[in-house]
Design a protein around this ligand. Sequence first.
Ligand code: PMP
Ligand code: GLN
Length: 378
Amino acid sequence: NTSKLPNVASSIFSVMAQMAHTYDAINLSQGFPGFDTDPKLHALVTEAMASGYNQYAPMHGIYSLREQIALKMNTLYGSAYDPENEVTVTVGATQALYTAISAFVHQDDEVIVLKPAYDSYEPAILVNGGKVVPIQLEAPDYKVNWKVVKEAITPATKMLIINTPHNPTGTVLTKGDMLTLEKILENTDIILLSDEVYEHIVFDGVKHESVAKYPRLAERAFITASFGKTFHTTGWRTGYAVAPKYLMKEFQKVHEFSVFSVHHPTQKAFAQYLKTPRHYLALGDFYQRKRDLFLDLIKESRFNMTPSSGTYFQLLDYSEITTENDVLFAERLVKEKGIASIPTSVFNLDQEDFKMLRFCFAKTDETLEQAAEILNAI
Ligand code: PMP
Ligand code: GLN
């Protein structure tokens, strides 16, 4: 067998999105907004194209965009990333995550992954010869048991991956989590990979605790972010990574020879658009309204829920409805009821025990109303 990833199947996101399409179902599965981005942002991209920004961009991203990213990190989190050496524009957070893993994980290195985990981490670790050390977060609150994380650390631990706000559970790490993590990692060489693509989607007055706010974490960390999530442009495949220079130097070696550089006109547009912080600071309230609407619409349903604290996902517990496993139940909902969601066992360690489906509420109010009508009748 020449496969480097013999046990990796198609991403559940594309499987469910395809099923939604086939059965003409309301699609609350794959996480993407069901409405368009700001027309001003379209105009900035076409303007950049018309102005001739149609050849290779600089390898690490155009300077004006890296500058805006560093400025945003400084304003929001008080961190000082040097745009010249510590910021790289990537093809979405997916490439940022892959590149960080690929630049540092050697054969047999261990990477601690908190489950449920976003599905791109593990294949990236495996294809680079690393070993996944999974730690299960426990329902219903999915808080990290840091004692268990500490016990999982061995001399072979190269990296720890965290994700806050967390897909698919919607939990957010607290200041207490970050301070504990500082203690756990001190006196180790472990690299922290902090996936913060939902940094601006945090609810109920809580503030996003970026690793960038904690110098003792930031000094060993990559932080990944996504313009797709923040500006409703998942199809433009643009994001970035920030890290201290000694880490970013290695990251950029892999980036240069796998990607070289990212779509030029899009970078021009984001560099301009980021100058108005309102464009991302309003996002939390925007999605909180959607979350509240969705939860209010389904409050009489037989699903149980703990409101999501961040991201644009809501987990719904269906244990009162059926004992079916989540993959079968999700498939049946698409085929028979016309609504698509994501079964969560695929992100978990114990594949049987999770009677939970993930619903994306980044949709128009009308779509959420139609979805609720179906969910209330189940
Ligand atoms: N990390 C998490 C937790 C995500 O949910 C996603 C997108 N679904 C990504 C990374 C990838 O982001 P991008 O679309 O920018 O590649
Ligand atoms: N991040 C999206 C989600 O969680 C999907 C991204 C993808 O399909 N690769 O649904």
